[in-house]
Ligand binder design. Sequence first.
Ligand SMILES: Cc1cc2nc3c(=O)[nH]c(=O)nc-3n(C[C@H](O)[C@H](O)[C@H](O)COP(=O)(O)O)c2cc1C
Length: 184
Amino acid sequence: MSKVIGIIAGSLRKESFSKKIGRVIQGMAPEGFEFKIIPLDDLPIYNQDFDDHQEVPPAYVTFREAIRALDGVIFITPEYNRSVPGVLKNALDVASRPYGKSAWTGKPAAIFSNSPGNLSGFGANHHLRQSLVFLNMPAMAQPEVYLHSISKDFDESGNMTNDGTREFLKKAVDAFIAFYKKNA
Ligand SMILES: Cc1cc2nc3c(=O)[nH]c(=O)nc-3n(C[C@H](O)[C@H](O)[C@H](O)COP(=O)(O)O)c2cc1C
């Protein structure tokens, strides 16, 4: 049976570059692997009362099950105010609870950050890395994946037009698969 790697983009925006990167790498899954896009739409903001008083929203149940079913995760994060967008942090929080039942534990991960600017989401990349340590998710160290000027890499139909970026993404995906095999 194929190993299933989740692709989680930290943006709800229809024309999100992070989502577009996710669709590009989805086609790069090697034999024996399936890359599955996990959407974050409709995930309410985490409130611990939901878990403490057995009032868990159905969207949490679905999302936690979806994460539990994964073998690994590739996070594609934009940067908001030099950190991880709230929607992605919220997703981490939702599936990390109830206490002692985190759905993330032990799943190998990769972080691909991006920005239309020059700094490539460096701040978001490393804040996300900090959370993954606590969530006990081994995160690929090299290659570091920082994608700058990302808006220039897509045409108006959402196709990736920069072969250099596509080749780099393929190398990063291949490195993550090797990392996954060592750390699963
Ligand atoms: C609230 C907010 C904060 C932002 N902060 C940053 C930032 O710190 N660094 C950065 O490079 N871009 C920042 N941006 C610009 C985003 O990189 C840009 O909107 C990007 O397209 C968002 O990712 P997406 O295309 O996947 O939705 C910010 C955008 C918003 C809406």
